[in-house]
Ligand binder design. Sequence first.
Ligand SMILES: [Cu+2]
Length: 872
Amino acid sequence: MYSKNHDPGAGDGPPPSRFKASGLRSRHLAAHVVVAVWVVLALLAASTQQTLPVARWLAIHLFLLGAATTAIVVWSEHFAVAMLHAPLPDRRWSNARLAGLNTGVAGVLTGVWADLPVLTGAGCVLLVTAVGAHLGVLVRMGRGALGGRLAPIADYYRAAAAALIIGAVLGWLLATGKAGPGHYTGLKLAHVHVTLLGWIGLPVLGTLFMLWPTVLGVRMAENTTRLARRVLALTGGGLLTAVAGLTAGWRPAAVLGIAGYTVGVAVAAQLFARTVRRRPAISAAAAWMLAAAAGWLVVGVVVDLVVLAARPLGEIQDDIGSLVPVLLVGLVAQVLIGALTYLLPIVLASGPKERAALRAVLERGWAPRLVVLNLGIVLLALPLPGPLGTVGMLLAGAAGAAFLALALRVLVRSARGLLQDADKAGVARRPAVWGTAVGAVVTVLAVLVANSGGDTSGGTSAAGTAGAGAGTTRTVAVTLADMRIRPARVEVAAGTDLRLKVTNTDAQRHDLKVEDGPSTPMLAKGHTRVLDLGQVTEDREAWCTLPGHKAAGMTMDIVVKDDTATVSSGHEGHPSAAADSGGLDLSADFSSGWQPRTADLTPAPGGTVHKVELHAAHTTVEVAPGVKQQMWTFGGTAPGPTLHGKVGDVFEVTLVNDDPSMGHGIDFHAGSLAPDRPMRTIQPGERLVYRFRAEKAGAWLYHCSTAPMLQHMGNGMYGAVIIDPPGLKKVDHEYVLVSSELYLGTPGSTAQVTKMRQNTPDAWAFNGIANQYTQRPLNVKAGERARFWVIAAGPSDGIAFHLVGTVFDTVYKEGAYLLKPDQAGGSQVLDLATAQGGFVETTFPGAGHYAFVDHDMRHAEAGAHGMVEVSE
Ligand SMILES: [Cu+2]
């Protein structure tokens, strides 16, 4: 079929085969050398996966964006010419497109590797421009061409080019963090699907309609044209639906789209199966490899469909991610190897004799290679323990390297032929080229082998999480999830030996790299590694190295503070150093961007059943001006969210333990039930449903039910449940103030626990933050009526709530009114023992600044202080 085309670059007279033209041959040769170089680089990157986290990304993109894209652009243009019976496009422009494409790819890869977003963007623009031009050529080719029964196949290449453009734009959004953490998951899934199933899958599928019968040496089935059109409608349309659905985060559309794609692949596979005849194929090696590749495509899309259908998008990233190597090796690498085994001899040979010789080289040992490759893929695909996965990678890598060696040999042989054609002097360059090729392959294998055993050494760094008793060692628990590193900021005194206990609680993999310091390997969900930073003397940054994750906000600041007052409490073994609150400057400014916690009571939601999900976790909070402290939280805040309802309402609280390091439970004072099951401690990752009916009105405490409760409550695990008494009148303002003590320092450290036991808090607080309403007062107007719900969360101290300059005309304490407005007396203080609650009401007589305090002055002067600013 190739000889049908007239080649304007072929010189005088129609050549017997246009590939004989040395210009075209050398062009294809050059293109394949470029492909081979990308593959070698990809193998090198893959072999360093354990040591360089970005290497996995780099390996995949070197292979798909470098090698596969170059091959697809070269071959799709080539096949489109053949199938449309179109004239060859201008060679110089073809070369320019290819050069632009490769430069763009190099720019994107270097940009991500070196973290240069501008370069990534420029590379992306160049890449999209080159592929756009390629698409333009394919479209124009269709217009002027005679067409043929294979013409629909060119549509696959057009659709594929469009898919790469979409994929590149999505990839750019991801790599530069423009996607933002909220859309990251959906965009990433869309990117993976549009590139793998669109850019790679569609041209492979389209080409197989023609290549499969050609390789088998049989006539094409009669209905191929019709079926090819139908398959493209199913796969292309399905993919578009799926990508739109994934981008929008709407799973049903994604499932529907991939179902369409799967049906399309099944229709094509059925046609290919029917094409098989009982006669020897022209190249049995190529035929088997293509068949195996098509098989992996079927496996890939079916698994993808099942995963998409079964689980929410946020949870499947890792599952889809593990499909990538399978499709990469099983489909793409195998199709490349199969197609090249058949096509390279046709392209490169100048006659039937040479073609047979080249084919013999490429098919050498093909059956064992096929078995080894696919065995490797099976090991990679199955969820097997680490060493077997490594074996799979080694097997697949060995099979790939073996073909690469054979292909290089053929290319070198052909290049030598070209050189001899061009320059009759015929300097034999074989030894030099061979030496380089063998060197590259040996290097790859050596690095692969070296890395396969290196995995065990990583385990040692996970040992020893305790501070070893050294006075200045501090271990900070760090979690990676939702495109965030928590805490986002760690403050230490200069010279502290800092250890980060890094846990990934996310469905997708992350790592943590410390500037000029150590980094964790890729951590799967639930995996933990300890990073020992040694003595920290200057500020450093840490981040997740996965492309796009840092830009999307996965960063952490390690800040060295000389101010020992707020920090030394974090040290083990110095309980007295900062035990008094004298070190806190409560009149200092809060950090810029700090927001007070609202004191407004949110109106009770409608309905009588309130469903709430509370996540137990660690959160770093600015608990006093300029003082950040790791808190143990319900729902990310301390106090946790306030629940509000009326008598008879049912609360269905789902507690989820997101804390990777310890168990938590919950106890709602507002309900009465047997504590045994609902108040039990749940372990990291577990959840429990706590259902209670609020039979009685009141201001109730809830808190963690796990021992030691002093620590769990003292570190922030408490909150309020407000159940309105029947007939409660509406007022102008309704506030909730939960009072508590603050204990600074590493949660759970000896120093902090000692302060809790001795009841020597660093500060007292309303709603978790010392003096927050002193600096950001509550605002009311003169004459307005306000209700203050107060709960004493402790863990140890009660409160004497007083509002300077007012008299309470209403006092409701522990389930009953002590005072109502129609009574003659007034009230000055709402006294609450630890865990009690109630409310008071008052009206503000005129404009001014009314402080509210815990009238225990030790507490008021150390943070239990706020302000109501009354305006006219
Ligand atoms: Cu707890």
